[in-house]
Write a protein that binds this ligand. Structure first.
Ligand SMILES: C[S@@+](CC[C@H](N)C(=O)[O-])C[C@H]1O[C@@H](n2cnc3c(N)ncnc32)[C@H](O)[C@@H]1O
Length: 248
């Protein structure tokens, strides 16, 4: 079966995203003529002019974080996984994601929400443009992008959202509005790197009557396997805090 872009070329820890089968890819191990990919299969190999081989793989959701273009700092998969699991995202949900940033969170939410829609709102046109390219790359059609300030955009929304996810500056200020647009038993999840802002979000959720509020951080520790032994290599483990509440 002929392969189609996008694909990823993988060798050991290196991975390259290929969006077109034309031109050249310059690696540390030589040059790859990308036209040659047209005659290859998934799982096959392609060689650089120095004979170093790369394995050809389809572009998958696990590649979103590594290969999406970056505008604003994206949220990490470990935190996205927690948001999806703790809010019980089902595949037919209506989700509000603010702000879009690079679109990493929106893309994962859309991927696991196959029969639903993710409405994502970003106030900066330049970031929205980067995210749009990422959504196209991922082939995701169930994302509705809006450019604007979510505090005003959301005034036009109805009480129909299953999940509201916030990763922006005005998180705490937006909690009352989130309460207005969430269905009964809908969830809110807020991601923020700072203690103070997280406390503000927590208190705002309490004030608005959200229940089952949980506030936590997910820690990922990367391991290094060497002949002398195995040890953690993660130096900076903090990314952000997550606060989750249920609209009861
Ligand atoms: C940290 S980034 C979000 C990253 C995103 N979750 C991802 O995974 O790629 C925060 C984004 O929120 C946007 N933003 C901040 N305040 C906003 C607002 N009131 N309405 C819409 N977007 C806002 C910023 O411009 C920025 O792009």
């Amino acid at each position: 079966m002929a392969i189609e872009p996008p694909v990823v070329l993988i060798r050991k820890k290196d991975s390259f995203l290929i969006e077109k089968f034309e031109g050249e890819l310059h690696t540390h191990h030589g040059v790859i003529r990308l036209e040659e990919l047209k005659d290859k299969n998934y799982g096959g190999e392609i060689s650089t002019h120095l004979g170093v081989k790369y394995r050809i793989m389809p572009f998958k959701p696990a590649d979103f974080f590594k290969h999406f273009r970056r505008g604003a700092t994206p949220i990490m998969p470990k935190d996205i996984g927690a948001i999806i699991a703790y809010t019980g995202l089902s595949p037919d949900s209506l989700v509000l994601d603010a702000g879009t940033g690079s679109g990493v969170l929106a893309a994962y939410l859309a991927y696991f929400n196959k029969y639903g829609v993710v409405v994502t709102v970003e106030k900066r046109e330049d970031f929205a443009k980067i995210a749009r390219k990422n959504f196209r790359l991922a082939g995701l059609r169930n994302i509705h992008q809006i450019v604007g300030d979510v505090r005003f955009v959301a005034e036009g929304f109805m009480k129909e959202f299953d999940l509201v996810v916030l990763d922006m500056k005005d998180d705490a200020e937006f909690i009352p509005m989130a309460k207005q647009i969430l269905k009964t038993s809908g969830y809110i999840a807020v991601y923020n790197p700072y203690f103070e802002a997280t406390r503000g979000v927590y208190e705002a959720m309490v004030r608005e009557g959200f229940k089952e509020i949980e506030s936590f951080e997910i820690i990922r520790t990367d391991l290094e396997f060497k002949r002398v032994g195995t040890r953690p290599v993660t130096r900076v483990w903090h990314t952000g805090f997550i606060v989750i509440g249920r609209n009861v």
